[in-house]
Design a protein around this ligand. Structure first.
Ligand code: ATP
Ligand code: MG
Length: 364
């Protein structure tokens, strides 16, 4: 497949480089869509995008389920393609087949402190909510360092993610800053944006948070998450969507009871009903108890979500035919080759800066 990734025309500003990814711990859900995928779709139009499947990181919580991880890897790529990620523009690739990432993980592990990792609030929250108990793997906290390498291996300027990833991006910025200061002679008063021009190997990347930074799950408690059983998946059928929306509980009793528009049902209304005038109307009637039941709102909401998901279901069906998995693996293989070209270059630049540039090597 030919790459149509945007490239710099002579004399023009080069496109921003973008990196982000998802862990194959289950299929993608509506939270991914509003938190990150929408931004990826817009960014791939003009920028050079790398989208990673963090399959190594899936082993940090599911080392005993390799076949599930493999299946979810394929499913997530199908979800991406269904959502409109275009493999001719964006490199879709496998973390385990980019060796430079694992090597850079070691280097960054030496630049971040144990407390940087264990004090990361998202990591702490995951340790509580994912039911990992006291016997979580050593690799689990390590994934946060690995994620610095996932990102920095591509020297991107932008990382489109949901709100929960902000502490991770902060760690990544810290690792990049320290590397540039320690090994590239960048002064500690240099502004983040000026690190590359001051000789730093790594740009200090910025998070780009989605339209909805944190979509709650249908339980109304936690963020919607693949591993918490509270998600509406991009690949759910129309009936499944209706059923899941039906399960949202607000505690409201009648059509005339004044409703609380800060409840989870209305978080969904604001996220998925496109017409702002209609959203305002629903908020007013619900808030005033103007003859509107939760059931009415849920029906309209489910219809809007199904309108969003229907074209994805159609595109997905194309990859669910016999041979679909092989097409996905080919896409991954081609994207991984593009990813390795950049990541190997970065690793060599980093090694040279660290006095480790003994000779060049070629990884196929
Ligand atoms: P897991 O439960 O295994 O951590 P997850 O559902 O949190 O899975 P990730 O693969 O960790 O999904 O996250 C992928 C991307 O989607 C990240 O950028 C993350 O911030 C974003 N994201 C995940 N859940 C939500 C959500 N509920 N709202 C907004 N963005 C989200
Ligand atoms: Mg997560």
């Amino acid at each position: 497949m030919m790459s149509n990734a945007p490239s710099a025309a002579a004399g023009s500003t080069p496109p921003t480089r973008v990196l982000t990814g998802d862990t194959p711990t289950g299929r993608l859900h509506l939270g991914h869509f509003v938190g990150s995928i929408e931004n990826r779709l817009a960014l791939q139009e003009k920028h050079e995008c790398f989208f990673l499947i963090a399959n190594m990181h899936a082993f940090t919580t599911r080392a005993d389920k390799p076949s599930d991880i493999r299946a979810d890897t394929i499913e997530i790529v199908k979800d991406w393609l269904a959502a409109g990620i275009d493999p001719a523009r964006s490199a879709i690739f496998l973390q385990t087949e980019v060796p430079a990432i694992a090597e850079l993980t070691w280097f960054f592990a030496m630049l971040l402190s144990f407390n940087d990792v264990m004090g990361n609030p998202t990591l702490k929250h995951e340790l509580e909510t994912k039911g990992l108990g006291d016997s979580y793997s050593f690799g689990f906290p390590m994934y946060t360092v690995g994620q610095c390498a996932d990102i920095l291996a591509f020297r991107p300027e932008l990382v489109p993610v949901g709100e929960d990833q902000e502490p991770h991006i902060e760690m990544c910025r810290k690792a990049a800053r320290k590397f540039n200061q320690l090994y590239c002679g960048v002064g500690n008063r240099v502004e983040p944006k000026d690190h590359p021009s001051a000789g730093g190997v790594f740009p200090i990347p910025e998070a780009k948070i989605g339209r909805v930074g944190r979509l709650p799950g249908i339980d109304g408690k936690n963020k919607m998450s693949k591993s918490l059983g509270n998600a509406i998946f991009l690949s759910d059928t129309g009936k499944e969507v209706e059923k899941k929306i039906g399960k949202i509980t607000t505690g409201r009793q009648s059509l005339t009871e004044k409703g609380d528009i800060s409840n989870v049902l209305f978080d969904f209304v604001r996220a998925f009903i496109k017409d702002p005038a209609r959203v305002a109307e629903l908020e007013r009637r619900y808030g005033e108890g103007d003859n509107i039941g939760d059931g009415h709102v849920k029906k309209e909401l489910a219809e809007n979500i199904n309108t969003l998901l229907e074209p994805m279901r159609v595109r997905r069906a194309g990859f669910e035919k016999p041979g679909g998995d092989e097409v996905v693996i080919e896409i991954l293989k081609e994207g991984t080759a593009r990813a390795n070209a950049v990541a190997e270059e970065t690793l060599m630049m980093a090694k040279r800066a660290m006095g480790l540039g003994f000779w060049e090597r070629v990884v196929g």
